[in-house]
Design a protein around this ligand. Structure first.
Ligand code: PLP
Length: 382
């Protein structure tokens, strides 16, 4: 699904130099490289504060702790996402409220979001799934109207931008009150271990969060709030600092592969290719290079003739890596079942879990590989 070895071969010297610098100085924790990477990322994202932490799940948890959400507060998020998003809500004894998604973008359905709001609702967590930014015009409008926090789960869309209906463009993760990301190796900006970060333009919130990641300390050995220990280690920061200048090129390479895939499947009546939308009304069609609305963390097809599971097995037998993200809706997971949910609330998610299949997507895909993958699929799904 990814080719980390091929990517590393091209940046080996820079990455190794960064890592060696850490080893030579023994500044393993909170060393200068962590601060340099933090500043580089703030500049890249055009956001006031980046607070690095240990992984993307911690980033979500810490963001929610920083906002002062309390037991029983309802937090609305998408039914179709990786479990980390709902996990931290439950872990903090907040009440997760899952809502259905849109069939084209796989992101929060705004009508479902509006219907789920109650007097207890305190926050919305849009997940920019597979690299496509959610409908942030609408999310921000709903949040403003109901006085809710917005926490963007940007683990899959770092480098993507959102173009508001008024033309204003902003990087994903910097639009809501707070945004989070993951530097897991297979993510679009991945390190060689675990890592994550929190973004915000809110000075007061940034201050609170900087204490929370460090045991709730604002002055050494004075613990003002209950915190956690969540750090990005310096070796990972070195890797990320070396890779960040390539992020836009990496996103372009993913979009190029997506364009090849889209073209190859365009005339297949049983395959729906992913949509790239710069906002709810502008569909980028042929995947433009201009607006960066989609960074293709995953390239996900919908197989509409009922052959998805057979295709999955066939591809594995033919040596084509592929994966089902995600095979079970979160509302149906044992850990997150709740009496409030009715199956009829989730028509789209319930459909997607049976039709989606994700293809190899990374920065090193070449034409020969793409031809083999698309021919194998088009010869099977007819
Ligand atoms: C990967 C991911 C996370 C969690 O990140 P980790 O670094 O693995 O903890 C959270 N949300 C989404 C949508 C993700 O894809």
């Amino acid at each position: 699904m990814v080719d980390l070895q091929g990517q590393y071969a091209k940046i080996k010297d820079t990455v190794n130099k960064s890592i060696t610098q850490v080893l030579d100085t023994s500044a393993y924790i909170n060393g200068p490289l962590v601060h340099e990477f933090q500043a580089d990322l703030e500049k890249y994202l055009d956001v006031k504060h980046v607070i690095p932490c240990a992984n993307g799940t911690d980033a979500l948890q810490i963001a929610m702790m920083g906002l002062g959400l309390e037991q029983g507060d309802e937090v609305i998020t998408a039914d179709f996402t990786f479990a980390a998003t709902v996990e931290v809500i439950a872990l903090l004894k907040l009440t997760p409220v899952l809502v259905d998604v849109e069939a084209d973008t796989f992101n929060l359905n705004i009508e479902a979001l509006k219907k789920a709001i109650t007097p207890k609702t305190k926050a919305i967590v849009p997940v920019h799934l597979f690299g496509q930014v959610a409908n942030m015009d609408a999310v921000m409008e709903v949040a403003k109207e109901h006085n809710l926090f917005v926490i963007e789960d940007n683990a899959q869309a770092i480098g993507a931008s959102y173009t508001f209906k008024n033309g204003k463009k902003q990087k994903a993760g910097t639009i809501g009150n707070v945004g989070t990301t993951s530097f897991f190796p297979s993510k679009n900006l991945g390190c060689y271990g675990d890592g994550g970060a929190i973004f915000t333009n809110d000075d007061a919130l940034a201050h609170i969060i900087r204490g929370i990641v460090n045991h709730g300390m604002y002055t050494r050995y004075y613990h003002d709030v209950v915190g956690v220990n969540s750090r990005l280690d310096a070796i990972q920061a070195g890797v990320l600092q070396a890779k960040l200048p390539n992020l836009d090129t990496y996103c372009d390479a993913r979009r190029n592969a997506a364009r090849f895939y889209n073209k190859a499947f365009a005339s297949n009546a049983n395959i729906i290719t992913p949509t790239a939308k710069s906002n709810a009304t502008i569909n980028c069609g042929e995947i433009c290079d201009v607006c960066d609305c989609h960074v293709f963390h995953q390239y996900t097809l919908q197989i509409t003739n009922g052959q998805r599971d057979e295709l999955h097995k066939h591809l594995l037998a033919e040596g084509v890596p592929n994966a089902i993200y995600y095979p079970v809706a979160l509302h149906a997971q044992k850990a997150y079942k709740d009496a409030r949910y009715k199956e009829s609330d989730f028509p789209v998610t319930n459909h997607l879990i049976k039709t989606v299949i994700s293809l190899p997507m990374h920065t090193e895909l070449d034409t020969e590989q793409l031809e083999f993958i698309t021919n194998t699929i088009n010869n099977f799904v007819k």
